[in-house]
Ligand binder design. Structure first.
Ligand code: FES
Length: 127
């Protein structure tokens, strides 16, 4: 799968909303740094976090086991199934929030906002 990614801190800096349908278009026009906005390919069998690291990106994590939410991302477009065992409550998985250390996109293309640990609903779960 090809993943297009955007740093959540950019949303905060620009006052953009996760729900904004034109979010990635705005990001494309904003001259962002290559660590904040870009794309990479996820090899089969890699988690999204592993794929980011293989491509040279330092995305947040701590436990690597679905237990801390430091690695949370929001799936804006595409499919990224969530394994059964993890710390995220249903209210967040229903909104498309996933843990990048234990999951990966399965659709050919996905749009992902990483660094979601700064979203208030996620940061209150941080361990
Ligand atoms: Fe802890 Fe992913 S790194 S849940």
């Amino acid at each position: 799968p090809m993943v297009e990614f955007l740093n959540f801190e950019v949303l905060e800096d620009h006052g953009w909303a996760l729900e904004d349908e034109a979010l990635f278009e705005k990001a494309g026009d904003a001259n962002l740094q290559s660590t904040d906005f870009g794309r990479f390919y996820v090899d089969p069998n890699d988690t999204l976090l592993e794929a980011a690291e293989k491509n040279g990106f330092a995305w947040p994590f701590a436990c690597r086991g679905g237990a801390c939410t430091n690695c949370a991302v929001a799936v804006v477009e595409g499919e990224m199934p969530s394994p059964a065992s993890h710390i995220l409550p249903p209210e967040l998985t229903e909104k498309g929030i996933r843990l990048s250390c234990i999951a990966a996109p399965v659709s050919d293309n996905a749009k992902i906002v990483y660094n979601l640990k700064h979203l208030p609903e996620v940061s209150e779960l941080l361990l």
